[in-house]
Design a protein around this ligand. Structure first.
Ligand code: ZN
Ligand code: FE
Length: 255
């Protein structure tokens, strides 16, 4: 569900039980639950400490008694169950795996739900991976973010990436500047423009698509590396972390 200007709060329902991810605001969640009086909020999953992801946590816990899970190395509204790399969370009869993804913030985590029955795997990655982009480096280093994105990119291609913001079209304008000859990208831009024109979200994104179009998952591709080297005037022997850092800086300065 949309929140603020461009946040998404994801809600997953199994029968009469639900889990929400990163409720920056309690209101949209309470409104959704009011239309389903039989629904119980079983759990709240938090990816990182920023207010647009945690602002509704206390209100929702008080209103529903939901159990809160969050990053072990960040400060979020207490009490919560602290989680880090490799730990598992059992909610709604499902088992999520926690992946450490430092970069946007120092203790950022992501939640991965493997394929269930006929359903594709789901990834709740907060502000780490966006469709066509990645989060800004507020607390982590380029090296950490590159490794975090590598870990996410290694998940199955069918994974549906549930990002926390609708930044897709502006990310794709930058992506097209980096890789003007990427035909998958041009096609994807047209699809996303149609969705937005219809008032639809561009998310969740398919991970396989992100590998084809997202410059931050493609910084080792020859086309992307060459574009970054030229833009940032990097030496031709610049390492992968330097290329990634320059790509992120290019995006920061891009208008
Ligand atoms: Zn954030
Ligand atoms: Fe955010």
């Amino acid at each position: 569900m949309p929140a603020f200007a461009d946040n998404y709060i994801w809600m997953l329902q199994v029968g009469a039980h639900a889990v929400v991810v990163d409720p920056g605001d309690a209101r949209p969640v309470l409104d959704a639950m009011a239309t389903r009086p039989d629904l119980t909020l079983a759990a709240i999953l938090v990816t990182h400490h920023h207010a647009d992801h945690t602002g509704g946590v206390a209100t929702l816990r008080e209103a529903t008694g939901a159990q809160v899970y969050g990053p072990a190395h960040e400060t979020i509204p207490e009490p919560f169950t602290p989680l880090s790399q490799g730990e598992r969370v059992q909610v709604l009869g499902l088992e999520f795996t926690v992946i450490d993804v430092p970069g946007h913030t120092a203790g950022h985590i992501a939640y991965y739900l493997p394929a269930q029955g006929g359903e594709a795997p789901l990834l709740f990655c907060g502000d780490t991976l966006f469709s066509g982009g990645c989060g800004r480096l507020f607390e982590g280093t380029p090296r950490q973010m590159l490794h975090s994105l590598d870990a996410l990119a290694a998940l199955p291609g069918e994974t549906r990436v549930c990002c926390a913001h609708e930044y897709t079209l502006s990310n794709l304008r930058f992506a097209r500047t980096v890789e003007p000859g990427n035909t998958n990208l041009i096609e994807y831009i047209a699809q996303c423009e149609t969705l937005r024109a219809q008032g639809q979200p561009t998310l969740p994104a398919r991970l396989a698509t992100e590998r084809q179009i997202n410059p931050f998952l493609r910084s080792r591709e020859a086309t992307v590396t060459a574009a970054v080297q030229e833009h940032a005037e990097l030496p031709t022997d610049a390492g992968e972390v330097d290329v990634f850092a320059a790509l992120r800086q290019w995006k920061n300065d891009f208008r």
